[in-house]
Design a protein around this ligand. Structure first.
Ligand code: PXP
Length: 252
């Protein structure tokens, strides 16, 4: 089997930063740490409402990240302009609703076929790899191939939600859809990625699908990093405070 690439989504580092309105934590610093730790690429979603990643983050990510940058975006003229200016390695077209907390479903590539076609063409002719974020269905796969997109990303959210609820019947059903969809991609000439809601356990399972060559993971990684990193950070703060309390002549 080919190596499975990991794309690390840094959106929620920006979510935490924006909660304070300052400059830290910086999603670009997170991207550098992720690459140092073995990420194969960095993903960021510039939402219309800029709730996490900002325009300047995308620009700085492009300037700093040495691995492929995957720009998630809605298919709008404004986003297309930004993508053509930033020229990331890849653009993943996603549906976007202002009221949703996260990308709730796959892109309607069948109903939106005519509207999506020029976006796929323009991004493609700029040398950007276009990916359609879709539900694991035969119609969506076929429409993505007909649109000329070289890549699809299967939305794993319904499967992950069922796993999280402990609904094993539903989880088996959803995983079956993912397995069937992934198996259809080579015949359609599509590269197959997957993502949304993945954690260690679900990533381990989906890694068993040979057609899937990339996983994009964000929320779980950023959340887990709090627990993995908190003890060390508290120790460093303890040390800084203790040092500050030590009279200068005894610090040397
Ligand atoms: N892939 C796509 C297309 C997404 O929109 C998202 C969420 O931004 C992800 C992957 C990552 O999902 P999560 O943050 O749940 O890991």
């Amino acid at each position: 089997m080919t190596v499975l690439r990991l794309g690390v989504n840094v959106d929620h580092v920006a979510t935490v930063r924006n909660a304070r309105g300052g400059v830290t934590p910086d999603p670009v610093r997170a991207a550098m740490i992720a690459i140092e730790a073995g990420a194969d690429g960095i993903t960021a979603h510039l939402r219309e409402d800029r709730r996490h990643i900002h325009d300047d983050d995308m620009r700085r990510l492009k300037a700093s990240v040495t691995k492929p940058l995957n720009f998630e975006m809605a298919a709008t003229e404004a986003m297309l302009d930004i993508a053509l200016r930033i020229r990331p390695h890849a653009c993943c077209l996603v549906p976007e609703k202002r009221t949703e907390r996260t990308t709730e479903g796959g892109l309607d590539v069948v109903g939106g076929f005519r509207a999506l076609k020029p976006f796929v063409a323009e991004l493609g002719s700029a040398g950007i790899r276009v990916c359609m974020f879709i539900e694991p269905s035969g119609e969506a796969l076929k429409a993505s191939a007909d649109l000329g997109a070289p890549v699809i990303e299967l939305h794993t959210g319904a499967w992950c939600d069922a796993l999280a609820r402990g609904d094993s019947g539903r989880a088996d059903y959803e995983f079956g859809r993912l397995r069937v969809a992934a198996a259809q991609t080579p015949g359609l000439g599509l590269e197959c990625h997957a993502g949304h809601g993945l954690d260690y356990d679900s990533a381990r399972v989906i890694a068993g699908l040979p057609q899937v060559v990339e996983l994009n993971i964000g929320h779980f990684l950023i959340g887990e990093a709090i627990f993995v990193g908190l003890a060390e950070t508290v120790r460093a703060m303890r040390a800084a405070m203790d040092e500050g309390r030590t009279p200068a002549e005894r610090r040397r």
